[in-house]
Design a binder for this molecule. Structure first.
Ligand SMILES: NC(=O)c1ccc[n+]([C@@H]2O[C@H](COP(=O)([O-])OP(=O)(O)OC[C@H]3O[C@@H](n4cnc5c(N)ncnc54)[C@H](OP(=O)(O)O)[C@@H]3O)[C@@H](O)[C@H]2O)c1
Length: 287
């Protein structure tokens, strides 16, 4: 993909220690951006920084630590970004996972929803003023085609009833699409593009968190998955391609706008999710 030179642009890619995030960081660094990545584990993060530098030729790639199961950790990450970077031109919310069993964060929130949705929501909102001040800027939310299976039961966001890995994942990815469209509406006229995407079915580490019984099937299925580099193409496109200039609030597959689920297009659900997320992250009462 031909990217414009990103010299002077500052980018943050979350969850860039493997898979799609790592490849996206390489692409953005190769185009000349100053890239900061997040990792949970410092040693793993340092190794990835060296890999990104080696593969992109970038002299500098920064490492920031964050575990998105903790809102305190997310707030610390945001403070470090605000303290260390005068601007933020591209934010890629990518860190995501699945849980074989239902688990809760210290805040008492089901972890898939906490990491995959509230992680994006809290970090973006904490950085939003800086992103707006850095316009033209972009926010890319890595969602999934799994959002089509997602439901949004506001009376049981924590899956106290009927948890399954796929249901929780589908809900969190539906939340990514709803968050994208609501944020795009709120940022209209500010020259900040917000888009989300499905990267394809990609052979990454995320599958290793699936249930034990699913692993033999996945080992075979993985042979047909696309590579992380292919998975990173649509993210990179939305982060930097001039082709999407002026387009915000969209959902993309293979670098093309794609149809979302009926629920994902429901503005009332998006608005309600926004308000609930404000409350769950302690960002304040609904505006
Ligand atoms: N693979 C696919 O087929 C597929 C399809 C649709 C959407 N996606 C989405 O693509 C994104 C990236 O996933 P991937 O497939 O590249 O998987 P991956 O290789 O497992 O990478 C996930 C990244 O997120 C990080 N992460 C996970 N939990 C975290 C937490 N609690 N706090 C901070 N970072 C955390 C991981 O860090 P560690 O290295 O510390 O684990 C890693 O850097 C996710 O949002 C996923 O939902 C993937």
């Amino acid at each position: 993909m031909d990217l414009p030179a990103l010299t002077g642009k500052i980018c943050l890619v979350t969850g860039a220690t493997s898979g799609i995030g790592l490849e996206t960081a390489v692409n953005l660094a190769k185009a000349g951006a100053l890239v900061a990545i997040t990792a949970r584990d410092e040693a793993k993060g340092r190794k990835c920084v060296e890999e990104i530098k080696g593969r992109s030729g970038a002299a500098r790639v920064d490492l920031l630590l964050c575990d998105f199961t903790s809102q305190e950790s997310t707030r610390k990450l945001a403070s470090q970004v605000l303290a260390n970077y005068p601007a933020l031109h591209i934010l890629v919310n990518n860190a995501g996972t699945v849980y074989a069993q239902r688990e809760l964060t210290t805040e008492g929130i089901e972890k898939t929803f906490a990491v995959n949705h509230l992680g994006y929501f809290l970090l973006t909102n904490l950085l939003l003023e800086r992103i707006v001040a850095s316009a033209p800027s972009r926010i890319v939310n890595v969602a999934s085609t799994g959002h089509h299976q997602g439901t949004m039961d506001f009376d049981d966001l924590n899956f106290e009833r009927g948890y399954s890995t796929l249901k929780a994942y589908g809900r969190s990815k539906l939340a990514n699409v709803l968050f994208t469209s609501e944020l795009a509406r709120r940022l209209e006229g500010k020259n900040v593009l917000v888009n989300c995407l499905h990267p394809g079915v990609v052979a990454t580490n995320i599958w290793s968190h699936a249930s034990f019984w699913a692993q033999p099937f996945l080992a075979i299925a993985k042979l047909f998955f696309v590579t992380p580099a292919q998975g990173a193409e649509t993210i990179t496109y939305l982060a930097a391609s001039p082709e999407i200039e002026g387009q915000s609030g969209g959902y993309y597959v293979q670098c093309k706008p794609a149809r979302t689920s009926r629920l994902a297009r429901d503005e009332a659900v998006a608005k309600r999710l926004w308000d609930v997320s404000l409350k769950l992250t302690g960002l304040g009462p609904p505006a």
